[in-house]
Design a protein around this ligand. Structure first.
Ligand code: GGG
Length: 335
């Protein structure tokens, strides 16, 4: 039996993770769930936002399902999300965004953003001096090669038609230029029929809004991927629709791309869709694709039959959403 480390975290994290776990349990009996503390709850118990015991459990489990973290201000704060990504070598951040419900004035979107997750602007290497702060942004050959390779393997395995490399190499000529050159070389040698295209990050942001069908898989650097996935989520209806997976050679952590939304925490109105779809991504990753497919179908049936969550102006809060998905799941055929 596979073991899943469950990390509810802060704000709406615990409520969306609770929904996701009950739906994953509705899809498969093959998992054992092991809870662990992260964020504020962990800090209050043991004085660390990511205790060593939690990290050890994440390492020993087959995967982890995480909710959200509320960032804390101050120089001594070590963001737990960045830390677990680094400690577990989760170099790829996979963010699929697909329209489930028609959004007024928005075209349908079906895009997968493959975001480099280990370097770029997220190395936390910031140096103060009298005049200001310098942020060191690192782009390596190894980091670029492995994320481009990940995107190619993903696109081929999932029947996608092409990959767009999103960058800003007209300004960041050496660093983003390195990334683009590696993309060109790998697509030429290993792209196997995939269409290759390139786009500057600023125009890519606009085009995601105005013509999302221009994109299929996007491979990009860390900060651009973080921002573009929120733009894509906005096209699909909001952050409640954006699941994500942090994936490395040995470990993986799946989470909704959204944050902890403390303003709506505890009110029962958070949309659990991103967390539930993150659960489905996790099942796919650990070798339970049939259960993943059944969850995805149950979620799309919910929206296609006219139901709406409160973030979309509907009446379904987290609890009634979960009840509906569990009913849809029970009615799903097996493939
Ligand atoms: N699930 C992603 C996550 O929790 N990221 C951390 C984050 O963005 N925190 C800021 C916040 O919740 O306001």
């Amino acid at each position: 039996m596979k073991r899943i480390c469950v990390l509810p975290g802060d704000g709406i994290g615990p409520e969306v993770v609770e929904c996701a776990v009950s739906i994953v349990k509705g899809a498969t009996d093959d998992l054992e769930f092991v809870p662990a503390d992260i964020g504020q709850a962990a800090y209050e118990k043991v004085g660390s936002y990511l205790p060593a015991e939690t990290l050890q459990l994440m390492r020993s489990c087959d995967s982890s399902l995480f909710g959200a973290i509320t960032s804390v201000e101050g120089p001594e704060y070590d963001p737990p999300v960045l830390r677990f990504r680094k400690e577990l070598d989760l170099y790829a951040n996979l963010r699929p965004v697909r329209t489930l419900v028609q959004v007024p004035n928005r075209a349908p979107i079906d895009v997968v953003i493959v975001r480099e997750n280990s370097e770029g602007m997220y190395t936390q290497n910031e140096v103060y001096d009298d005049g200001g702060v310098t942020t060191l942004r690192r782009v390596t050959k190894k980091g670029s090669e492995r994320i481009v390779d990940f995107a190619i393997q993903y696109a081929l395995a999932n029947g996608r038609r092409g990959i767009t490399c999103v960058h800003k190499a007209n300004v960041l000529r050496a660093s983003d230029g390195l990334f683009v050159n590696i993309f060109r070389e790998q697509m030429r040698t290993r792209g196997k029929g995939l269409q290759a295209s390139e786009q500057l990050v600023d125009s890519a942001a606009m085009k995601l809004l105005t013509d999302p069908s221009a994109f299929d898989v996007i491979v990009t650097l860390n900060l651009y991927g973080d921002i573009l996935s929120d733009v894509a989520a906005g096209v699909a209806g909001g952050l409640g629709f954006a699941p994500s997976g942090n994936i490395g050679p040995k470990h993986s952590v799946f989470e909704p791309a959204h944050g902890s939304a403390p303003d709506i925490a505890g009110k029962g109105v958070a949309n659990p869709t991103a967390a539930v779809l993150a659960g489905a991504m996790m099942l796919n990753h650990i070798g339970l694709p049939e259960s993943a497919w059944r969850i995805e179908r149950a979620v799309s049936d919910f929206y296609s039959s006219g139901h709406l969550t409160t973030d979309m102006g509907g009446r379904h809060g987290s609890k009634s959403y979960t009840e509906h998905i569990l009913r849809n799941l029970a009615a799903q055929p097996h493939r």
